[in-house]
Design a protein around this ligand. Sequence first.
Ligand SMILES: [Zn+2]
Length: 456
Amino acid sequence: MGKVKSAYFCQNCGYESVKWVGQCPSCNQWNSFVEELIQKETRNNNDWKNYHEEKRSNRIIALNEIKSSEEKRVNTQDTELNRVLGGGIVPGSIILVAGEPGIGKSTLFLQNALQLTDIKVLYISGEESEQQIKMRADRVGANLLNKNTAASANFFLLTETSTQVIFQEIKKLKPALVIVDSVQTLQTPLIDSSPGSVSQIRECAAEFQRFAKDTNTPVILIGHITKDGSIAGPKILEHMVDTVLQFEGDRHYAYRILRTLKNRFGSTSELGIYEMTDQGMRGIINPSEILITQKEEQLSGIAIAATIEGIRPLLIEVQALVTQSVYGTPQRTVSGFDLRRLQLLLAVLEKRGGFHFGVKDVFLNIAGGLKVEDPSIDLAVLCALLSSYEDVPLNHHVCFAGEVGLSGEIRAVNRIEQRIAEAEKLGFEKIIVSKYNQKGLAKQKFNINIVTMSRV
Ligand SMILES: [Zn+2]
């Protein structure tokens, strides 16, 4: 029996302290420290020596002796996931998938695991019973399993939370891919604190990290975060894992975005877009067509933005509603857009355009429940606001791409050719861009009418 030791952990960022402190020195959060029992004396050394025939040993090696493992990636059946991962799952890598509870992380990865019929996949769940998972698997894999009866033969399920038991089972099964749902439910017997606490999550993830590196088996850890990120879990793991994917979207809408936040094996600007259906997650090849709803009717307050999400061009509908304020303080409500950014744009319109938004309630919505970070949406937001303010519908064959500065200038945006090409593909007749983007456009020919502006 080792010595029992305790430490204090910031539940927000995972900072460790020997004594309790009121404010976290790392993330400045108040009252975030909780005592957790840790016991570090008896480390269990999971021995993976006989896991594979060729065991890995560490010795000095010349760089050109190392074979590039690029071609050995596990290719999933999901083109969106492959893209986000930079071309498939790298052997021995550890991938963290973070997202709010209930938006479909489990569904997506269960579905992917079922589709990987030629490798042995172990799905570990600490949240659902075998029956529940079977039901879900039947649902998401219904069309898949009928086609190929071998589909479920290589899919193994373990409902367990103790890492000790999990690793014993892993040793017996020798899976080629391990999926853990979720990392918050795991518990290692080496640490006394409860599952979901910072020290448990950290130690359990470390055990899986050692397993992944020693056996060259990829591991996918699913982790929950809340909307404000207040549950530490996944955040403290970011530096331990190779890849961090964030699964986001509003659970009331059908669309989900899988975003790369960190990737040691590929670009971090990749993005996958899914639609949640009865049969699970369906990758969307051409998202712009779905995101633009208004095409026939001419309504005020709607503008289309030519944005880039990740590295994919995406045309998004911006909806604004400006009404006379009936209360003393005018309301500003946003969905999918930054509230402070809206306030800034309103201030620009007030100061530079002389519009009196100070006495108006303003509601702004990005269609489809998407969250947009691309600043090029500014111009469309501005136009949607003005369209609603004046109650004049905009021509629905026009789209916008431009960032708006404090003095009302329209600034250039990146990848303008891609945006224009996408707008052209979707049948838009006119795109309004910054004057400062003109230089880069001189070389290329587009059929679409490009209008450039320098000021609001
Ligand atoms: Zn902290």
